[in-house]
Design a protein around this ligand. Structure first.
Ligand code: ATP
Ligand code: MG
Length: 397
């Protein structure tokens, strides 16, 4: 079987439509170009509501398919057989070549579907369909090929434009919108199952992601940080490069531990995480914070806790897995490929900072009163943590 040198990119949803169609398509082309540029020389172009990827050099077919089918905005890609000439004989030849290249056996039913953008073409679509169908049967009927117009195994698409494009298979992509069409977010990325899924979900809507990890050495290990980097890198296969901001959180946690009631540690710590994430977001020109919280999963994710945590910042906080069951989040993470890494046993939060009986219904005024005890102590610690953030760009290629 010979591999195609060209792909048609299918996209279903175009963000906010209208004039933005152009922006959407251009951004999608750019994302695809960036993604595959290390694999060879390619021409990625727009042509009247279609995007084509054409290889101009040798390339690794399987890796190329894997890369393009992970770009948000791509609904699917079709390996294409192209003919420069629109002469009928060349169309017929391309159709036969496509079938013989794309399939190993020919014992299946098919139907030809033709579209012409060039309406001055001397044959109608129906005539092309009938002729090509006939030619294919002549060539491959003895190998089992047969026609089924109602429910064919293979729909052979022929598009007659200035060139002719023949395709029949759709290799599915992730859908969504191309990253860069919907603003910027800062995602709180921990080593668990939920936050990588949350990061993926928001990126899938076209949002450029950065991530923040709160590191607590020596209470958390270097392996925990490596795990977060690995998770961010897996998400970056879809979302594009992700700048990971690594915050040294230990001193801040110790200050909270020394000055606040222990049953409120998690809540107060989360409020500081949010404040820090907001400051990083503002610094990076991002408009919101993303977390992997889901209602009721743990004590800091009760409705009351989420409300109290939210109050610490005045920018939007998005929690895309808020209404999902744990099992649903697990299945999602398996699908996108983060699960196996998430369940590696490096804890992201040191046990000394977690109370035996954390509050489940924190009261904002009480929390604020207890936070007051940090006044005069926490500010320089907070500023130092913010000033010493280490940035690492996570990407696969
Ligand atoms: P996850 O599975 O994403 O780790 P979780 O179920 O462990 O979440 P929590 O530990 O309560 O839940 O964390 C809730 C959210 O807070 C996480 O999804 C993440 O967005 C953020 N978060 C928690 N710990 C950290 C950390 N050390 N660094 C960055 N973000 C964190
Ligand atoms: Mg966690």
């Amino acid at each position: 079987m010979e591999n195609a040198k060209m792909f048609l990119v299918k996209y279903a949803e175009i963000g906010t439509k209208g004039k933005n169609r152009y922006v959407f398509e251009e951004t999608l082309c750019k994302r695809i170009r960036n993604k595959i540029k290390s694999l060879g020389e390619f021409d990625v172009r727009r042509d009247f509501g279609r995007i084509y990827v054409e290889a101009l050099s040798d390339f690794d077919y399987d890796t190329c398919v894997e890369y393009i089918t992970k770009v948000f905005g791509v609904n699917g890609i079709c390996p294409v057989t192209m003919s420069e000439s629109t002469d009928y004989a060349e169309i017929s030849k391309a159709a036969l070549q496509h079938i013989t290249n794309a399939y190993d056996e020919f014992d299946f039913s098919f139907k030809v579907h033709c579209r012409r953008t060039n309406k001055s073409y001397p044959m109608t679509s129906v005539e092309v369909e009938a002729e090509v169908g006939h030619d294919l049967l002549m060539a491959l009927e003895d190998k089992g090929l047969h026609v089924n117009v109602h429910n064919p195994d293979v729909m052979l698409e022929i598009e007659i434009r200035d060139k002719v494009y023949v395709y029949s298979k759709v290799l599915p992509g992730p859908g969504g919108l191309p990253v860069g069409t919907n603003g910027k977010a800062v995602s709180l990325l921990s080593g668990g199952i939920d936050s990588p899924v949350a990061t993926y979900m928001i990126a899938k809507r076209g949002v450029e992601m950065q991530a923040v990890y709160f590191n607590s050495p020596p209470y958390t290990s270097a392996r925990a940080l490596e795990k977060v980097e690995k998770l961010g890198t897996i998400v970056s296969e879809y979302a594009g490069p992700i700048a990971l901001h690594i915050v040294n959180f230990t001193e801040l946690q110790l200050a909270i531990y020394d000055n606040c009631p222990h049953d409120e540690l998690t809540i107060i710590m989360k409020r500081y995480m949010f404040r820090m994430a907001k400051d990083i977001a503002l610094r990076e020109g991002a408009q919101c914070i993303v977390t992997g919280e889901s209602i009721g999963q743990v004590s800091s994710q009760t409705m009351q806790s989420l409300g109290v945590i939210d109050e610490a910042v005045d920018i939007p906080v998005y929690r895309p897995v808020i209404g999902m069951d744990k099992q649903e989040i697990v299945e999602y993470s398996q699908r996108i490929g983060t699960y196996e890494t998430s369940i590696e046993p490096y804890e992201d939060c040191c046990t000394i900072f977690v109370a035996k009986h954390p509050v489940t219904k924190p009261k904002l005024d009480v929390i604020k009163r207890h936070e007051k005890k940090l006044e005069g102590i926490i500010e320089p610690i907070y500023q130092k943590a913010l000033d010493t953030v280490e940035i690492k760009v996570l990407k696969i290629n």
